[in-house]
Design a protein around this ligand. Structure first.
Ligand SMILES: [Fe+2]
Ligand SMILES: [Fe+2]
Length: 399
């Protein structure tokens, strides 16, 4: 069955551009158009619509107002807001009305990913406690500008690594940090990488993008001291998880695409904690709850706040428009059994990498790993897990 989409924009040229752009999706999407909020509501009264994609700035009724009406009168419809990237204030204000955001220009592939993400994150956006929390934040971490520029470059047909390197080199601080991470031993590169072109050739564009996300997301320039300490810790743990994730990909002989997704997910898996630490005494309260009720971290977060760092992270990456596999891995890295995840799927491997990264001892007691038993028992025996851990330790020692 085709997904029924209603696109709302007051500018006829944009509507015409959409018609041309989305023509190739005609077999999977049925797209209708409206040029104002009032016209959109009229259409919804008479037609079934799965997804509404609305421009933010329109005369009369703006996108946020339109989506609020749809939220109350047509609650089964997915709501996506389209906005210029700089329009962050509107984005934050419209948090509770839109399931998902899309930054202009709206290309078909991007819309496809956004719709998939919106479906995946639907429960969270309907979670009142989370919405209240997200609305109360002064600002959400934003996708680094340099990453957006790179995405634009990658969307071109003739990608040039030279142009990619030029874009990154425009920012000498990021360039230097990338080379620092590349040469830190993490990637096990036997010789020193001297410049960005070499880094791009050696690691590929996906991993370089992941490193950009890492250095930018965990940069502590804008945070108070207490939070900075916590962010550095999370950053260190994330890099360790990625290092173990990389070893697991090698041991399991996974292909390049899965491996890249796994490493990026490992780097970002706890990004939701950057939001959670804005809650007063977050870490202490969670640790206390875990100890007093003898429960896991996400159960403790759920009991205390009604949502978890995993869903907060998935939400943030949804806004950033990252691929569904990565959002899913971040959203379920503590409980892959909650989704229909196969052995060695991205989420499953990130789950192991995180559990191993949290377990730094060389003791081989299966029960000490914080693993999702329902998931692990389906695919792997206790002995195999211990063997895997031994191999990981060996690989890390002999890098
Ligand atoms: Fe986590
Ligand atoms: Fe973690």
């Amino acid at each position: 069955m085709k997904t029924k989409i209603l696109m709302v924009d007051d500018e006829p040229e944009i509507i015409n551009a959409y018609r041309r752009l989305f023509f190739s999706f005609k077999n999977v999407w049925e797209i209708n158009f409206a040029t104002s909020g009032a016209e959109a509501i009229e259409f919804l009264k008479n037609n079934e619509v799965d997804v509404v994609v609305s421009d933010m700035r329109m005369p009369g009724m703006n996108g946020d107002e339109l989506l609020r009406i749809i939220q109350s009168d047509f609650p089964g419809t997915l709501r996506i807001i389209l906005s210029g990237y700089q329009d962050e204030i509107s984005i934050i204000r419209s948090l509770s009305s839109a399931h998902q955001f899309l930054i202009k220009p709206c290309e078909p592939d991007k819309l496809k990913v956004t719709i998939e993400n919106a479906y995946a994150l639907r429960d969270l956006i309907e979670n009142k406690q989370f919405i209240e929390f997200a609305n109360g934040l002064d600002e959400l971490p934003v996708l680094p500008q340099i990453y957006i520029k790179l995405e634009r470059e990658f969307s071109k047909e003739d990608i040039s690594l030279r142009r990619v390197a030029d874009i990154i080199e425009e920012d000498p601080v990021i360039s230097a940090k990338i080379l620092q991470v590349v040469n830190s031993g993490f990637f096990g590169i036997p010789r020193r990488i001297a410049d960005l072109m070499e880094a791009l050739n050696y690691l590929g564009t996906n991993l370089v993008k992941a490193i950009i996300l890492y250095v930018e997301t965990f940069s502590v320039k804008n945070y108070p001291e207490a939070e900075s300490v916590e962010i550095r810790k999370i950053g260190k743990h994330s890099m360790k998880t990625a290092e173990i994730g990389r070893v697991l990909c090698k041991l399991k002989k996974l292909d390049k695409k899965s491996s890249d997704n796994i490493i990026i997910s490992c780097i970002l898996h706890d990004i939701g904690r950057l939001l959670m630490i804005r809650k007063k005494n977050y870490l202490n309260d969670v640790l206390e709850k875990m100890a007093s009720d003898n429960i896991s971290m996400i159960d403790a977060e759920n009991k205390l706040y009604g949502f978890t760092h995993t869903s907060a992270g998935a939400y943030l990456l949804g806004i950033w428009g990252l691929p569904k596999e990565i959002i899913e891995a971040v959203g379920f890295h503590h409980n892959p059994s909650a989704i229909n995840c196969e052995a060695d799927c991205v989420t499953g491997v990130v789950h192991f990498a995180n559990a191993f990264a949290n377990y730094s001892k060389s003791i081989f007691n299966f029960k000490e790993f914080d693993l999702d038993l329902e998931y692990t028992q389906k695919f792997i025996s206790e002995d195999e897990i211990l063997k895997l851990w031994k191999n990981v330790l060996y690989s890390l020692d002999n890098k």
